[in-house]
Design a binder for this molecule. Sequence first.
Ligand code: BES
Ligand code: MN
Ligand code: ZN
Length: 500
Amino acid sequence: MDIQTIQFSTETETAAKIQSDCMILGLHHDLKIDQQAGELNAATENLLAELAGDNELPTGVGKTLMLRAPRGLEAKRLLIVGFGKVSDFDEHTYIQAARAAGDALRQCPATDACCLLDGVELKGRDHRWKVEQAALALDHADYIYSATKTPLESAPPATRTVRFIDAPGVAEALDRVHHLALGIRRCRLLSDLPPNICTPIYLADTAEKLAREIDGLEVEVLDENQMDDLGMWSLLAVARGSANPPRLFRMSWRGGAADQAPTALVGKGVTFDTGGISIKPRELMEQMKFDMCGAATTIGTLEAIARMGLAINVDGIVAAAENMPDGKAYRPGDVIETLSGKTVEVHNTDAEGRMILADALTWTARNVEPGVMVDIATLTGACVVALGHHASAVMTNDDELADELLAAGIESADRAWRLPLWDQYQEQIDTPFADIKNVGGMPAGAITAGCFLSRFTEGQRWAHLDIAGSAWRWGKAESASGRPVGMLTQWLITRAEGQS
Ligand code: BES
Ligand code: MN
Ligand code: ZN
């Protein structure tokens, strides 16, 4: 499926002279107009001050006011978005306001806009950051799923172009944002697609299509027979109940030195998780199409960094399977031999993510020999209970790696929070009948899933990201968030800078 982002570019004209369908301005309601938008106020013959005087400026964060034919401006419209109070303003309210502006833009007939949001004072963040995040927020709001839904004839058009006022570094920042936005859109679209379209084979085909499209990006795909020959029986056990065969694939980007060990991302790609024989309740089962968000994140991140031409070696490994109940399905009580040689007693066929990742991690450790590997998975409901939708969970025994990932999360405003993987939790997955069992009981469900994965890391530097909460929003406006493509891309950018 074709993906397009907003086109971003720079503008050297002064704000009042810029011709566009819509000028986007952010304002604090408790700060004097001449302290934040003096020039624009002068250009509009005091229009902004008049609005403030009549209490017509948006007062809450993300509240918007759309003005048609603003006096003194060449632009057709002026969209004012509320930044809230100066004292409460931070990077997250900035992004919230920028997304709200994007929503308003998406709902109006404008297809071209000029963004002035980055002119605001924001403590601790430089101009480049403000431009990047505003562009990402506008692009985020512009994405509306339409792959299997006919748009209304009256639906307003997507935004085609957004310009930012030129300044040192802005054009480079926008160039990078464009590639990141593509990766995020790829991740969101793959995640939002229904499970009858987005099967394991569809995911592998997408990777192959990207490899054809992007110079230097390579892909290698293993089918079920090749996996069987290798002994990936833990992954195959999960896939056995499904008519859709599994795939394991590896996307390789070699932007770094030939002798540099690749950084590996390993994504959980369960294209639909019924729970298998330990079947899930019927309510909300349809949400389990999102159980491939780890795979979508891996694909989206590889797309972003390859399009950026990042100077680093990265491998994205995806373990893709569907978890269905069937006469051939694996069952509770089964003991399965994994690729590592370790045996696993299945207590719950719904703990399938760790079963497929066990083999994918072993395969990665042995075949990729990465300097470091990070798996990404919608692994546990317990993670959603612990952190909600605002943070991805990071689990690792490598403090430095934890710090790197958390820092990338802060820099990209795609945050993560660390959970411990202390040895004491490990005994919860002991069983008399195998080397490991696949569930650890009620206490610390996200952590014992991490403990399970830690048994398959073969001594590599490794971290596990549980994105069950961060990867998608539940409820009315349910859809994939595209997270944590932003965080991982930032992490790889920082690593590339450190290695060059
Ligand atoms: N994909 C689910 C995790 C999940 C559940 C994510 C709800 C988002 C919302 C995973 O495969 C799963 O079913 N995990 C079980 C593990 C349990 C059986 C130990 C869970 O969390 O209930
Ligand atoms: Mn499950
Ligand atoms: Zn699952």
